[in-house]
Design a protein around this ligand. Structure first.
Ligand code: NZQ
Ligand code: ZN
Length: 394
């Protein structure tokens, strides 16, 4: 196992009614005038918005609103938020929603402390800037999936070709996050299950790395994966199953908290995300759905081109899906089949074609996916390999 530093600076307030600490906790972090950011309005339909305003009123907090942050959030919302924050003398940001709102707010938090264009702050930008200060940020999570509530990253859609760009810095971990599973009761089935696919993929992206005997990380990871597989169907059967919603919400947070299942392992790669973002750029496809579509094809590609790693895929099949097959290649393939059956059970589309992807777009998506270099960690994925995977998923 390699050396690592482990730090999760975000305080999680988890469970029913935890919003009662909101106003005073913002004040304890020096907030007096809050930029209140949310998405397309779901928080007004399910009562969360009213509760927030009551909390603000009790604590004597002033606020300014940024609304309309879209799924796959656009940089224009970030720029609007930076303007609002500056022009109204705000000193705190509260993001209320799913990953899209949270991510937009992370970029706003960094952007308000930076003089140049926000684009400079994205990872890998030529001539880019280093984040050295951010505005104080807290979140209220209303949909489980991305892990943004307890991680240091965000993903913003930029430009005419809708490129998904990443902003990442330890300072972008929220100060605190309120995680009330009841807030997720109203998430539509499609988004609830896309969130489940996202959580599972975050776990798998950290699991499928060269084996460095990081046993604690891998066994904990397998445990969380099993919980996700077990509890997602319970949400399908009953969207108000509190314990299932609670387990899925905590799995979302734990999957990326401090990238804890990647600690001590070879570096960050997340190839499935690299490919999936191209589907979102081209078709505005829901993030978690892109990952469910690509994972089985990526697994089979890796198993066949890098057979040295078959034991990892076989271990996944045995420990997560309880496959009892001794031959590694057969066990690994059984695991992929079980995973596909799970995606089907949570109503993910079966293939890219069914998801509305056009065959003639595969080539350009493969090109764009490797624009900043090859993807992958077990086996490097250049344009040709990405294209093979996209074709296999088609
Ligand atoms: O906008 P509103 O009206 O709130 O509706 C949203 C949106 O339409 C709805 N929703 C959320 N909570 C709800 C609700 N509807 C009813 N009741 C509620 N309680 O759900 C829809 C999807 O919301 P969104 O925030 O887009 O979903 P998600 O949480 O999946 O976020 C996706 C974004 O996060 C990025 C993705 O790339 C994508 O842009 N990611 C962020 C990561 C991170 N920060 O670490 C990691 C991930 O891998 C991912 O890339
Ligand atoms: Zn993801």
């Amino acid at each position: 196992m390699n050396n690592f530093i482990y730090s999760i600076p975000t305080t999680a307030y988890f469970g029913k009614g935890q919003i009662s600490i909101l106003g005073e906790t913002i004040k304890s972090h020096g907030g007096s005038r809050v930029l209140l950011a949310y998405g397309g309005g779901s928080i007004k339909q399910n009562g969360i918005y009213e509760t927030i305003l009551q909390q603000f009123g009790r604590a004597g907090l002033a606020y300014v609103e940024l609304s309309g942050i879209q799924p796959n959030p656009r940089v224009e919302s970030v720029e609007e938020g930076i303007e609002l924050y500056r022009n109204n003398g705000c000193d705190f940001i509260l993001a209320v929603g799913g990953g899209s709102t949270l991510d937009a707010c992370k970029a706003i938090a960094a952007g308000v402390k930076y003089d140049g264009p926000v684009n400079d702050l994205f990872v890998g930008e030529p001539g880019g800037a280093t984040i050295s200060e951010v505005a104080p940020l807290a979140t209220i999570l209303t949909m489980a999936g991305t892990g943004s509530e307890m991680d240091m990253g965000g993903v913003i859609t930029v430009g005419a070709d809708h490129k998904k760009k990443v902003i990442m810095h330890p300072l972008l971990n929220p100060l605190f996050s309120i995680l009330d599973p009841e807030y997720t009761y109203t998430v539509p089935e499609y988004h609830s299950m896309a969130g489940v696919a996202d959580i599972l993929c975050h776990l798998m992206e950290q699991y499928f790395t060269p084996d460095v005997a990081a046993k604690v990380q891998d066994r904990m990871n397998e445990g969380v994966m099993k919980v996700v597989l077990e509890d997602a169907p319970k949400i399908l059967a009953n969207p108000q199953d509190y314990d299932a919603r609670a387990n899925i919400m905590w799995a979302s947070s734990m999957a990326l908290a401090g990238f804890q299942f990647l600690l001590g392992k070879p570096s960050f790669a997340f190839p499935l995300h690299g490919m999936g973002h191209e589907l979102s750029s081209k078709y505005d496809m829901t993030h978690g759905v892109t990952l469910a579509l690509l994972t089985p094809a990526w697994m089979r590609h890796t198993m066949s081109t890098a057979p040295a790693y078959l034991p990892i895929f076989a271990r996944f099949a045995r420990n997560v899906f309880d496959i009892r097959e001794e031959d590694d290649a057969k066990a690994a393939e059984e695991g992929v089949k079980k995973l596909q059956a799970f995606y089907s059970a949570i109503k993910m589309p079966a293939n890219l074609r069914e998801a509305g992807v056009k065959e003639e777009d595969l080539n350009v998506m493969a090109e764009k996916a490797v624009e900043n270099g090859k993807l992958g960690i077990l086996t490097p994925l250049g344009k040709d390999e990405v294209l093979q995977i996209l074709r296999a998923a088609f």
